[in-house]
Every structure is written in C-alpha cells, then in structure tokens.
Design a protein around this ligand. Structure first.
Ligand code: UGA
Length: 429
C-alpha cells in the first residue's frame, strides 16, 4: 500500500519505519527541513533503540522516503497518517494547530479518494474537526474518510510496541473503511478493536489516564509504607498477582514524566471540565504526581539536616530509561529544588546530557557515573537505566564524601546496601 505519514516525531517516524518494514511504500513528511535532511542522511533526530537500523535498511531498499512536500506525500498515497505534535496549552487544553495545518494542506492537495488517519493523541471530536477542515478547503470534488487509529507505543521500546502491540484500535466511520486499515495491520496478527471514531479517540486518553492513575495510586501507598515501616515492593507484588489489577505500572518512584502522561491527563481533565463532568479523580492523580520530586528532596533534607552548600551526584536525567527525552522529566524538578536550596548538582545520563544541558546549564555534567559521584555528599538515582543497576558499589563508596544514597527508583536491595556500609534511602521501603 502507498502510505504517507505526516510528522517525524516518535510516533510518525516509528510508524513510517514499521509500515515500510512490513513491505509498504512509505513517504514521511515533515515541515522542518533540517530534520528531513538528517533523516535522508540516515541520522535520527531522536534516540530510540533499533530505529536507525530499520530506517536505513528500508530507505536503502527503496520503500521509505523523506520529504518536506506534503502535497507530494498526499498525491502518491492511499492512506495518510497525521502524526504531528499535539502540545499542551497553558490551560491544559490540547493545541491542535499543527493537526489543523496538516488538514488544510491535505485539503489543498487531495486529488482522489483517500483515508486520513489521526494517529496523534487528540481529544474526542478531532476526527470531526479534521473532516470539516478538509471538506471546507478541498479544491476538487473528491471523497475521503477520516479514521482514528491511536498509537500506544512507549519511548524506549517503540519498535517492539509497534510490531507487537497489545491491541490495534481502529475507529472508522464504516466497516469498509475499517477493512483498509485492518489490511494494513493484518500481518502483525494482533487483537483488533474496530469501533467508531469518538470511542477510539477516548480509548487513547482513558488508557493513558488509567496507567497514570495506577502510578499515583502506588506512590500514595509508598508514602504509607514509608511511615508504617512496610515495603511497597512487597505490597505491589501482592496486589499485582490479582489478575484484575496486574503487576504493571505499579512501580513507585518519583512519579510519571515524559511527553504523554502529564499532558494527556491534563487534556482529559480539560475535556471533562468543559463538559461539566467531575474531574477530581484525575486532578488528584496530577497533584500527587507533582508532589513526588518535592517529597524526595524533603526526605533528603530531613536526613542531611540541610541541603545548603551540598553537592549531589545525580544518575539519570531522562524521564525514563532508553530515551534521551527530558520533557517533564523528574530530574529537572529535582535540579530546580536543589539549586533553590543553594545546593549543586553533578549529573550523568547515558544519552540525555545534551538535551539537559540546553535547559539546565547550571548543572555540572559528567562523562560517567563514577565522575558524577566523586567527592559529592550523596548519590541520587533519578532514572532507572540498567547500567546504574550494576555499578561497582565499592568504587562508588570510595568516591563519595559520605556513603549516602537516595534512590528514587528502588534500584538496589536494601540488605546489600546496608552490608556494603551505605546509608540507603529508597521509596516506600
Ligand atoms: C506512554 C504509554 O505507556 C504508551 O502506551 C503511550 O503510547 C505513550 O505514553 C503515548 O501516549 O504516546 P511513555 O510516555 O513513552 O508511554 O512512557 P511509559 O513507559 O508509559 O512511562 C511514563 C512515565 O511513567 C515514566 O516517567 C515512567 O518512569 C513512569 N512510570 C511508569 C512509573 O513511575 N511507574 C511505573 O510503574 C511505570
């Protein structure tokens, strides 16, 4: 099938690469010329395991193209995916200006029947909006359909999530339209949900908000465990065996970050409030999440008496492992709180330093974990990178001024840390 994917961010680029890998002819469009030039040279604008190999391989085989020309992409394709950014506005509402712009571009270029698919996370009703924009701006008498096909990939495991998704959701105006999309995904042999456009749009927000709720829930239980002398790891394990609850997204820590959960929960709160529906549950999920970094820094302060004049070695800047993304990362909140308290931060992350340096130039960036902990007052674990799990702890101990660790991701066994002579603080244990 001839496919066009508009937007070469996480969702667009991974979707385009995977569709090409499945044998389709794919053209990826972006209005940022430097990004397209980079991609044509086989350089990735984001860090995502396995992505570069897949893009380069499919480009070399002639199935994957990059262009800044939206009309070219529209004309040569049967199905057009909109995968552009949907950032939040100040009030939490989703900014749909990029989606609207693309819809106008499609309207100008559309020359025969096409299916337009919303893949970006967009509030319920956006399918109708895209339909209306194309209808009002099209220059030829052609028919088209608008479908919602939300994406559930996670950064860091995006390729695997796209190739082996838990489910594929297709919200289409008719069975015939749904069949075309179904055909595109058939070779993945995954569960498919064919539904109407509005339901598909809500499925995406409901899923992200529910997962975010699980995280804030377990973080609340972690606070209780901390006070009651219990172990939240055991509690989560005990809960997770119940099939109705499940073990995933019950890892306590510094809270959820990234470009999806915080913005999507805020957007859903905005949608609910606008429609006069009580949004207190989700407002609490956000409030609890916002307090996590402060709670962590308060624990540090209570154990060290003061933060003023101290230096901390921070391991991890990315919002989670296997990504260089620092959008809404907890590291940023912690850095701000520590500098507010007149402390200094030395930091290391395997891939997110360049991004972090742009927004937090005051931090001292280090080449590796050991350099970051040299002569500092305590080690802070902020991102759950695998390489932090297997550090030489004897060496760490010898480099630290005092053997103190504040672990925001519960990476280590308490007994072992105690045996090694560390003063070790973790979350909810
Ligand atoms: C999330 C969803 O998991 C994807 O299904 C969805 O497609 C994506 O948003 C999106 O809407 O585009 P992502 O933001 O890449 O994916 O990352 P997650 O792995 O979901 O983690 C989100 C945050 O929650 C991270 O900060 C992570 O550290 C935190 N988290 C996750 C926890 O604190 N505890 C957990 O148990 C799980």
């Amino acid at each position: 099938m001839n496919i066009c994917v508009v937007g070469t961010g996480y969702v667009g680029l991974v979707t385009g690469a995977v569709f090409a890998d499945l044998g389709n002819d794919v053209v990826c469009v972006d209005n940022i010329a430097e990004k397209i030039e980079m991609l044509k040279r086989g350089e990735m604008p984001i860090y995502e395991p396995g992505l570069k190999e897949m893009v380069v391989h499919n480009m070399n085989d002639g199935r994957l193209f990059f262009t800044t020309d939206l009309s070219e992409g529209v004309v040569r394709s049967e199905v057009i995916f909109i995968a552009v950014g949907t950032p939040p506005k100040e009030n939490g509402e989703t900014d749909l200006s990029q989606v609207e712009e693309v819809a106008r571009g499609i309207a100008r270029a559309i020359d025969r029947y096409k299916i337009i698919v919303n893949k970006s996370t967009v509030p319920v009703g956006t399918g109708d909006l895209v339909r209306e924009i194309i209808e009002c701006n099209k220059r030829r008498h052609v028919d088209f359909d608008v479908v919602s096909n939300p994406e559930f990939l996670r950064e860091g495991s995006a390729i695997q999530d796209t190739l082996v998704p838990d489910r594929i959701v297709i919200g289409a105006p008719s069975q015939t339209v749904a069949m075309t999309l179904l055909e595109l995904y058939a070779s993945l042999e995954r569960p498919m949900i064919i539904t109407d456009v509005h339901s598909a749009e809500i499925i995406k927000y409901a899923s992200n908000a529910f997962l975010a709720t699980k995280i804030s829930f377990i973080n609340t239980i972690a606070d209780l465990c901390e006070q009651a002398g219990a172990d939240v790891t055991q509690v989560a394990k005990g809960m997770g065996f119940d099939k109705r609850i499940g073990p995933q997204f019950l890892t306590p820590g510094l809270g959820f970050g990234g470009s999806c959960f915080p913005k999507d929960v805020d957007s859903l709160i905005h949608t609910l409030t606008n429609r006069g529906i009580n949004a207190d549950l989700l407002k609490s999920v956000m409030t609890i999440n916002k307090m996590r970094a402060r709670h962590f820094v308060e624990i540090m302060k209570s154990k060290l008496d003061t933060l003023t004049g101290k230096t901390f070695g921070m391991l991890g800047l990315a919002f989670k492992q296997n990504t260089d993304d620092i959008r809404d990362a907890k590291s940023l909140d912690i850095i701000d709180l520590l500098y507010e308290a007149n402390a200094t931060v030395k930091a290391y992350d395997p891939v997110a330093i360049d991004n972090s340096r742009k927004v937090r130039p005051e931090v001292i960036y280090c080449k590796n974990s050991y350099e970051a902990v040299e002569d500092v007052d305590a080690l802070l674990i902020v991102t759950e990178w695998n390489e932090f799990k297997f550090l030489n702890m004897e060496k760490i101990k010898s480099l630290l001024k005092k053997p103190v660790i504040f672990d925001g991701r519960n990476l280590y066994q308490q007994d072992r840390m105690k045996r090694l002579g560390f003063e070790y603080y973790s979350i909810g244990r």
